[in-house]
Design a protein around this ligand. Structure first.
Ligand code: ZN
Length: 464
């Protein structure tokens, strides 16, 4: 069944303020006990049943493939199964482009006309990107409500060893059976909740960035998620108890969040400063040849608690406070350091590989360009009342997020994912260098200095 909240978005079109049009590629969806049957029926409108299709999974999700396969065969499809291999250390397949390239080759070899991904997270991203490479459609049968990337217009992958958000066409259809997703490990539901909890922070970051570039905040991608987001927060206890109804509401919220990214054409409505914290952890682990520290949404949920005090801290500043603080010279890097941005970045991120550092150079050179920052600081002082209103609003919602994460007993302290407080603080101070997207981290550093990024750290330090 398609819920009334999902239906309006399927295959819809929306004008964007820049004059472009958002085309929602996802035309089909079902969230119910007959999702597998619906998937096979809808697929007939995308790929002729006389053609071959590839079913993808990994060693963990393949056990959920049987009802999907059975229904596809009932429709007449011949199926080739492709299982993404685990890493050598036994961890889940890495989200590396090579895994997508191998799948794309397999699709070509067997002569398939589309793919059905059985999984969530990495299986979805790898299949999405492989189909992008082959210009073929795919649909996804989600096995966990753990992230919002099914219908987003990007795939989060390492391309040639570098963490990237690669443009990739969303799933044409997305499906989930509440009984199946409710049986996923609790950590996966909590990760889905954590990923969704970035909404008020990412929303405020995007609105502030609009204001500072002299535009009116574009609220539609945020507002479309609002009602569903509130419903999810109310389900915190049910999510904790893995109740199918609560997990279904969570999945629906994640899908709507995915639509908001498709509408915006970027991840901005669902990814602000808190996501940069998570991405930087991913970079560290990847460069050290280690598997991810935790699920994406687990890292994001923890990061939400770390950026939350920054909104309160900045919102407490009056226009005259801001004007005074911005009178000083530009904060780090100094003009001299900006001449050798590479060296400056290396000193800030000594533990990253040269490859990762090279990848950071372009976003950092845009972010730390002195002319851009001067203009930005001018606008901060000029529009502080409007900016502050966004911060206050975000913080108001953030308190509800905190309560929901607490009620669901989701991880909130970095040590729960084996990240020490000192290391978490270090990451919080520097993770903004990764991407040229203005967030609360930049706002805080620009007005109050980098030390302020950790001044309100909500946990006691390791040495205390
Ligand atoms: Zn996310």
């Amino acid at each position: 069944m398609i819920t009334e909240r999902i239906r309006p978005w399927l295959g819809s079109q929306h004008p964007r303020p820049d004059g472009s049009v958002a085309n929602i590629v996802t035309r089909f969806a079902a969230l119910g006990l007959d999702a597998e049957k619906q998937l096979a029926q809808d697929l007939r409108e995308i790929v002729s049943p006389s053609e071959k299709i590839v079913l993808t999974a990994d060693s963990r999700t393949i056990e959920f493939a049987e009802p999907v396969e059975r229904n596809l065969r009932d429709q007449g499809y011949s199926i080739e199964t492709y299982i993404f291999p685990d890493e050598e250390d036994g961890s889940s397949p890495a989200n590396e482009d090579v895994n997508s390239i191998k799948l794309a080759q397999f699709i070509e070899e067997v002569g398939a006309f589309g793919a059905v991904a059985v999984g969530s997270g990495t299986v979805n991203d790898l299949t999405k990107y492989a189909c992008e490479l082959r210009s073929l459609p795919y649909v996804v049968y989600g096995t966990a409500a753990s992230m919002n990337g099914y219908n987003s217009p990007i795939a989060a992958l390492y391309v040639k060893g570098l963490k990237s958000s690669v443009p990739a066409r969303p799933a044409v259809g997305m499906y989930a059976n509440p009984e199946v997703i409710a049986k996923a490990p609790l950590a996966m539901h909590l990760a889905g909740l954590g990923d969704l909890c970035s909404k008020p922070f990412a929303g405020a970051d995007a609105a502030v960035a609009n204001i500072l570039s002299g535009e009116k905040p574009w609220r539609a991608p945020m507002e479309m998620v609002h009602e569903s987001f509130e419903r999810v927060l109310e389900q915190a206890q049910g999510i904790r108890n893995s109740e199918p109804e609560a997990i279904q509401i969570l999945m629906e919220g994640l899908w709507i969040s995915g639509f908001s990214m498709a509408m915006a054409g970027t991840s901005a409505p669902a990814s602000g400063g808190e996501h940069l914290f998570s991405h930087r952890i991913d970079m560290l682990r990847h460069d050290a040849g280690l598997p991810p520290m935790a699920l994406h949404g687990t890292q994001v949920g923890i990061a939400c608690g770390l950026v939350r005090p920054l909104f309160a801290q900045a919102a407490a500043l009056s226009p005259s406070d801001v004007a005074t603080k911005l009178e000083g010279s530009l904060l780090s890097p100094s003009l001299e350091e900006a001449e050798d941005l590479n060296g400056w970045l290396r000193s800030r991120h000594p533990d990253l590989s040269e490859k990762s550092l090279a990848a950071m150079l372009k976003p950092a050179s845009l972010k730390y360009d002195s002319e851009t920052r001067k203009a930005l600081r001018k606008n901060l002082a000029l529009h502080w009342d409007d900016v502050r209103q966004e911060l206050v609003e975000a913080h108001r919602h953030a308190q509800r997020v905190e309560v929901a994460l607490q009620t669901a007993e989701a991880p909130r302290d970095p040590v729960e994912m084996n990240l020490s407080h000192d290391e978490a603080k270090r990451i919080l101070r520097i993770c903004r260098d990764i991407r040229n997207r203005f967030t609360i981290l930049d706002l805080t550093a620009e007005i109050l200095g980098e030390a302020a990024l950790t001044a309100a750290f909500p946990f006691r330090s390791d040495t205390e």
